[in-house]
Design a protein around this ligand. Structure first.
Ligand SMILES: Nc1ncnc2c1ncn2[C@@H]1O[C@H](COP(=O)(O)OP(=O)(O)O)[C@@H](O)[C@H]1O
Ligand SMILES: O=P(O)(O)OC[C@H]1O[C@](O)(COP(=O)(O)O)[C@@H](O)[C@@H]1O
Length: 314
């Protein structure tokens, strides 16, 4: 079984605000409220791709209940732990001002609730996959993901981590199968601003030296770079299309990659499916459907190249 863990789910309030201006009353022209959070999005796209999985994590309050209801409607298995206080955050996304987001801190998760998750994870067994994705509420220490992996280290589980800064760095010694920083997050870890593909390859190798097996670096409209366990590099330019809503494209990429990997155990196919799923979601109002992803993969697979041209990023 594949398990996603979202410590900090959200309701994403995605609004289009034409000519957004700071300091004025702005009005939306379009708005959506969708369940979100990185592991949850991965679960939804895996489900769209016909890959059975279970969403784990913590929810609280009326917003958390709404997240759960929406997942149930979509038929996604879940076993969220209900917190006693606070509420699952509402993350605001300005769709018309690309990349502008306000993500909440999330509710406090007590020791006893953390222990409940650890007990759930103790039931994982050889052959299962675990995706730890997204931020953790401010009240938690950034060694929480590494503590989980310490506990699971003797089991043969495929581990994927999509996280930032120390939360990611601290898990690398457990040799996760896949990590997926975007370019900004990769630069942030090494306290630098990455401007070229050669720099991406260089810092991806640094993550590998620290223990990561496969490093998938997403570059939004510039596509992605995969540093394989063997040291080989694959790159793909993003397909042409109109950006509609980029929220969830990174998570879609993780789901596409994993579905491709579990189907063929071939990194090139996994990479192509990852880019296809990311771009298909970026070009659609919501997370991409299987039909959209497979159609996109027909285009992307012709764009996958070995190595990289050392161009500057847009
Ligand atoms: N503007 C875009 N045009 C085409 N593809 C995109 C665009 N934005 C994102 N994608 C696709 O989604 C993937 C993940 O996007 P990215 O924004 O890098 O991730 P994250 O959401 O984690 O920051 C990219 O590698 C690319 O394949
Ligand atoms: O846990 P974080 O890092 O605050 O991110 C949570 C946000 O990221 C998302 O999972 C989207 O992530 P991506 O755009 O990177 O795929 C949203 O649904 C959610 O609001």
């Amino acid at each position: 079984m594949i398990y996603t863990v979202t410590f900090n789910p959200s309701l994403d309030y995605i609004v289009s605000v034409p000519d957004f201006t700071l300091g004025l009353t702005n009005r939306t022209s379009h708005e959506m409220i969708l369940p979100g959070g990185k592991g949850i999005n991965v679960s939804m796209v895996l489900k769209n791709l016909g890959v059975d999985n279970t969403a784990l994590g913590f929810i609280a309050g009326f917003t958390g209940e709404k997240v759960r209801q929406e997942l149930e409607k979509l038929g996604i298995k879940n076993a969220f732990i209900q917190l006693d206080d606070g509420f699952t955050r509402i993350n605001v996304k300005l769709a018309s001002t690309e990349g502008t987001e306000i993500n909440g801190i999330g509710p406090t998760i007590s020791k006893s609730h953390q222990e409940k998750l650890l007990q759930q994870l103790d039931t994982l067994k050889k052959g299962d996959a675990l995706i730890l994705a997204g931020s953790i509420p401010q009240s938690l220490d950034d060694d929480i993901y590494s503590n989980i992996l310490e506990r699971l280290k003797e089991k043969d589980i495929t581990i994927v981590v999509d996280a930032t800064k120390e939360l990611l760095v601290k898990v690398l010694k457990y040799h996760p199968f896949l990590v997926k920083p975007n370019v900004f997050e990769l630069g942030e870890i090494f306290d630098t601003e990455i401007k070229t593909k050669a720099e991406i390859a260089h810092y991806a190798k640094e993550l590998q030296k620290l223990g990561a097996r496969n490093v998938l670096v997403s570059m939004a409209g510039d596509g992605a770079l995969l540093l394989e366990e063997t040291g080989a590099i694959l790159t793909a330019k993003a397909p042409e299309g109109t950006l509609v809503n980029s929220v969830g494209s990174g998570d879609s990429m993780v789901a596409g990659f994993l579905s491709g990997w579990f189907k063929k155990k071939d990194l090139r196919h996994a990479f192509s499916m990852g880019v296809a799923a990311g771009s298909a979601s970026a070009f659609s109002q919501y997370l991409a459907t299987e039909e959209e992803i497979l159609a996109m993969n027909e285009i992307v697979k012709g764009k996958v190249e070995e190595g990289y041209e050392n161009s500057r990023l847009n």
